[in-house]
Design a protein around this ligand. Structure first.
Ligand SMILES: [Zn+2]
Length: 137
């Protein structure tokens, strides 16, 4: 006797929705043998292949994404390397292309000022939104 649950078309299953990008309740739409082939998302109604939520993102894909991020970050740091790095404080009046040293995220480059008190900074692990108050004259 097999202990593996046998699914049937019309049954409920948790799959990662390829549109919502979340593990959600789906209805099985098609089976290939004993394998769930297609599911329909109960949230967005999208019909797509079954993605086992336990599988997650493949390590290779994750690594490739990380390498790309690190490469972009390296280029930014290099292009700003002539500048003096400044320790990050939320009161710092940072400008675009400023090199900052963050206690938690390390070296980062200001890529954009989003508002009077927020900046977008690219760190090795990705982009972060940080507080930064522009100097008021
Ligand atoms: Zn969905």
């Amino acid at each position: 006797m097999s202990t593996t649950k046998k699914y049937q078309v019309g049954e409920e299953i948790t799959s990662v929705c390829t549109k919502c990008k979340l593990p959600l309740d789906h209805t099985i739409a098609a089976m290939v043998g004993e394998r769930v082939a297609k599911v329909q998302c109960k949230t967005c109604g999208g019909l797509h292949r079954y993605v086992n939520p336990a599988a997650g993102e493949s390590p290779a894909r994750k690594a490739a994404k990380q390498t790309k991020l690190e490469h972009a970050w390296e280029q930014l740091v290099q292009s700003s390397s002539s500048k003096k790095k400044q320790p990050y404080t939320f009161a710092g009046p940072f400008k675009q292309n400023d090199l900052i040293d963050h206690a938690q995220f390390g070296l980062g480059v200001v890529t954009q000022r989003l508002s009077w008190d927020k900046i977008q900074v690219t760190f090795k692990e990705g982009e972060k939104i940080l507080l930064s108050k522009r100097k008021v004259q």
